[in-house]
Design a protein around this ligand. Structure first.
Ligand SMILES: [Zn+2]
Length: 306
């Protein structure tokens, strides 16, 4: 079977597949995780001019923002923008990187006493440049009594202490380093797809935020676990109330309860007709007529809250 090195970190030990019909390559890389890339971007773009540090940060970007359900599709345009995309990660302070390791441990542990593996070669996930930095951080967290380490070979097996959970719970409240944005909207309208794409591109243009939505087939009036997890990890959420979808009310309410900012939108005619429920009407909405206007207003709003 054909193999190809990862386009970003050049690791040969990845899992490579290709869809000949669409010309899309699929990679599962030990450093970058799962992503898709167009054949054109893979073959034509030369990354030699990108520094090793920038490539490592971009690996971390993919690792944190792409998985099989919500994947990044790397194209020519995106590869050319790597230095811009990684800029925000360059601003991360040492303590922000320490916090990201702690948050990872808290997120991965299902129960209070779970141990979580951290592999030293997974340093890019935390926007570090070498395994040794990860060793230093783990050591610091241990000395601060935030974690307990069971054993170590090529990896650490760690669990949070009660002090560690306390710190984690404070950190996860606002998700300041997250690139994820959950989008809540009704699926049963003729504009649903256009709306999501509009929000997605507005999010991307503001700091490369990655907009995600729920799977319509699992969508009923209760919020399912996947949606809860996505909302919990979001930097903010965008909720469109056009059509008075009950799920959107739940999702926006849930995010608010967690202290996650909610950007509310609604088509103008429904705002004017006062269709919105009382509990939502008291908050300001972006009132939209078409997608061009919505995108413009969204970008302005996002820039104000982040
Ligand atoms: Zn890679």
């Amino acid at each position: 079977m054909e193999t190809k090195n990862c386009k970003i970190c050049e690791s040969p030990s990845n899992n490579f597949e290709e869809d000949l019909r669409s010309g899309i390559f699929f990679f599962t890389c030990p450093q970058c995780g799962y992503y898709q890339i167009t054949e054109e971007a893979f073959e034509d773009i030369n990354l030699e001019s990108i520094t090793e540090d920038d490539k490592t940060l971009f690996s971390g970007h993919i690792r944190n923002n792409s998985n099989r359900e919500n994947f990044l599709l790397l194209n020519t345009e995106m590869l050319l923008k790597i230095p811009e995309i990684v800029l925000s990660y360059k601003r991360l302070t040492v303590m922000e990187k320490v916090d990201s390791v702690l948050k990872y441990l808290g997120k991965e542990a299902v129960t209070l006493t779970d141990f979580v593996d951290i592999y030293l070669n997974d340093y890019a996930r935390f926007f570090l440049f070498k395994p040794n930095s990860l060793v230093t951080i783990i050591d610091f967290l241990r000395k601060q009594k935030y974690i307990r380490i069971q054993d170590k070979t090529d990896h650490y097996t760690c669990k949070l202490t009660i002090e560690g959970w306390g710190k984690y719970e404070k950190l996860k409240e606002i998700n300041v380093y997250s690139k994820k944005v959950f989008v809540a909207f009704g699926f049963n309208t003729d504009f649903a797809e256009g709306l999501f794409k509009t929000v997605q591109s507005a999010c991307y243009e503001c700091n490369e935020f990655n907009a995600v939505k729920s799977d319509p087939s699992q969508h009923d009036e209760k919020i399912c676990d996947k949606i809860i997890a996505d909302i919990k990890e979001s930097r903010f959420i965008v909720a469109d109330f056009t059509g008075q979808n009950q799920g959107v009310y739940y999702e926006a309410g849930y995010a608010m309860g967690l202290g996650i900012p909610v950007i509310r939108t609604c088509r103008e005619d429904e705002v004017d007709n006062k269709k919105l429920h009382f509990d939502t009407r008291q908050y300001s909405h972006i009132s939209w007529v078409n997608m061009v206007g919505l995108k413009k207003q969204l970008i302005a709003k996002i820039k104000r809250i982040v």
